[in-house]
Design a protein around this ligand. Structure first.
Ligand code: ZN
Length: 187
């Protein structure tokens, strides 16, 4: 079962990719299986698709705790006139409101694209336990590409990172969007 998982595991570089602290219950293990990672990434992709239909760069995110959906969000910078309205930020805000706590201990954030510096900062502030992303972002990624913020031991919180879950699908929705934009031309 585990051999079928072709996504690269980073962060603590072991599978299952969580720190011992997070290994509290069987649910935590279930939540970290490749099958459940794919299941939640598909829901993040639904959020990305919703963003695409609204003319936004198609990135989607969901936050999960102990196998339960807390909140989701899709990129909304244009519609909200908000440079901070990235999918992760909207999902974090909605999840925190849903649980009535500004800290999201024990949660996993799934996002179709590697988080930027701002979102990585928000993930750290929210004390999210685990990050799972699809496509890497060589131009702006703060998890593995430009920076490896979640491994920086000077910070008081570490996040277990899994990359490459449904990588091709997550990358294709983005490249398809930009291909289409180029065909239409600048507006
Ligand atoms: Zn971001």
């Amino acid at each position: 079962m585990m051999a079928e998982f072709d996504g690269k595991v980073t962060g603590n570089r072991e599978w299952p990719p969580f720190r011992p602290k997070a290994l509290k219950t069987a649910e935590h293990f279930m939540e970290a299986s490749p099958e459940t990672d794919e299941k939640w990434m598909r829901i993040a992709l639904v959020e990305a698709e919703r963003a695409r239909k609204a003319g936004e760069v198609p990135v989607g995110a969901v936050i999960v705790r102990e196998g339960e959906f807390l909140a989701g969000g899709g990129n909304s910078q244009i519609s909200l006139n908000d440079p901070c309205a990235h999918a992760e930020i909207l999902a974090i805000r909605a999840a925190a409101a849903a649980v009535g706590n500004y800290r999201l201990a024990g949660t996993t954030l799934y996002v179709t694209l590697e988080p930027c510096i701002m979102c990585a900062g928000a993930i750290l502030h929210a004390r999210i336990e685990r990050l799972v992303f699809g496509a890497a972002d060589p131009k702006g990624g703060a998890a593995v590409s430009l920076y490896r913020l979640f491994e920086d031991r000077r910070l008081n919180h570490a996040v277990a990172v899994t990359e490459g879950v449904l990588r091709e699908v997550c990358a294709e929705i983005l490249s398809g969007f930009f291909r289409e934009k180029r065909l239409i031309g600048p507006s």
